[in-house]
Design a protein around this ligand. Structure first.
Ligand SMILES: Cc1cc2nc3c(=O)[nH]c(=O)nc-3n(C[C@H](O)[C@H](O)[C@H](O)COP(=O)(O)OP(=O)(O)OC[C@H]3O[C@@H](n4cnc5c(N)ncnc54)[C@H](O)[C@@H]3O)c2cc1C
Length: 249
């Protein structure tokens, strides 16, 4: 049962290019949720006796085990996220209601997770939960405008290092030499391609990184990316029931 909770803004990270991470401290403990679920966030004051105000939805980037802190990441796109950029301040308050959604990764299969921009938020709790004992293979394909916008990159690279069955491949529209050097010295040397996420490049990955045809594809990110990549996957013969999207509509 979703619950409405008042939260204090504990921290805001400005990643540049109007992308932000926001840490919220809920006034009461949050209900149980699963990695991949999302919340509604409103910047307006909410009277529990009245109607829920206008809000937008954001994937919950923090782990379900962290019940006293909730993290979301957002990218300014339209009117409402512009308002968020203007009014969200450390120490200020917002209301959230959660949990929602069924974009939950099924534990039975190898998986390919494709994230565009802040779409990574739908996968972070799952990625954090991987352990060296993880049996099925997990491939993360992560695209962003610049390497500075690879949110959670320290967590991702440390999990690539720690979890034998986890590989990550990055796509950066604008390259950046320090990030490329950082990947080169990493024990598994994850690849970083220039440009947008390319299915051709993904399908050329070695079988050690991409397990086809056993993998289920999970896509999270802006609507254009989701529709383009899911159509391309279908055109390449990937069955529709192996493609799951976190529809950002
Ligand atoms: C499941 C899911 C998870 C998401 N996770 C993230 C995330 O982690 N990070 C992130 O940056 N974005 C996420 N989004 C997208 C986010 O919710 C916003 O839709 C997106 O940022 C658009 O920006 P905006 O709201 O500023 O645009 P706006 O132009 O203000 O609105 C965009 C859309 O919101 C809807 N809308 C318009 N008016 C209203 C209203 N009064 N009440 C409710 N809806 C209205 C309409 O569909 C409109 O097209 C997610 C979306 C979904 C569906």
């Amino acid at each position: 049962m979703p619950r409405k909770i008042r939260c204090t803004i504990e921290n805001i990270i400005n990643h540049g290019e109007r992308v932000y991470t926001v840490d919220l401290v809920p006034a009461t403990s949050v209900p149980p949720f699963r990695p991949g679920q999302f919340l509604h966030l409103t910047v307006d004051d909410y009277d529990p006796a009245g109607f829920w105000p206008e809000s937008r939805v954001f994937s919950i980037a923090s782990s379900p085990s962290e019940r006293r802190r909730i993290r979301v990441c957002y990218s300014v796109k339209g009117r409402y996220t512009t308002k968020m950029e203007q009014v969200l301040k450390v120490g200020g308050e917002v209301w959230i209601k959660l949990p929602y959604g069924d974009f939950v990764i099924d534990g039975a299969n190898d998986v390919v997770l494709i994230a565009g921009g802040t779409g990574i938020s739908a996968f972070t709790a799952f990625l954090q939960s991987l352990t060296p004992q993880t049996v099925r293979h997990v491939t993360l394909i992560y695209g962003a405008r610049t390497p500075a916008l690879f949110l959670f990159q320290d967590m991702i690279l440390s999990q690539v290092d720690a979890v034998p069955q986890f590989d990550a491949v990055f796509f950066a529209e604008n390259e950046d030499a320090p990030f490329t050097r950082q990947l080169a010295v990493h024990p598994k040397a994850p690849a970083c391609y220039a440009g947008r996420i390319s299915l051709d490049a993904i399908l050329r990955l070695p079988p050690s990184v991409l397990r086809l045809p056993s993998s289920v594809f999970y896509l999270s990110g802006p609507p254009v990316m989701l529709s383009t990549l899911s159509q391309q996957l279908l055109a390449r013969g990937v069955s529709a029931d192996l493609i799951r999207t976190d529809a950002w509509e």
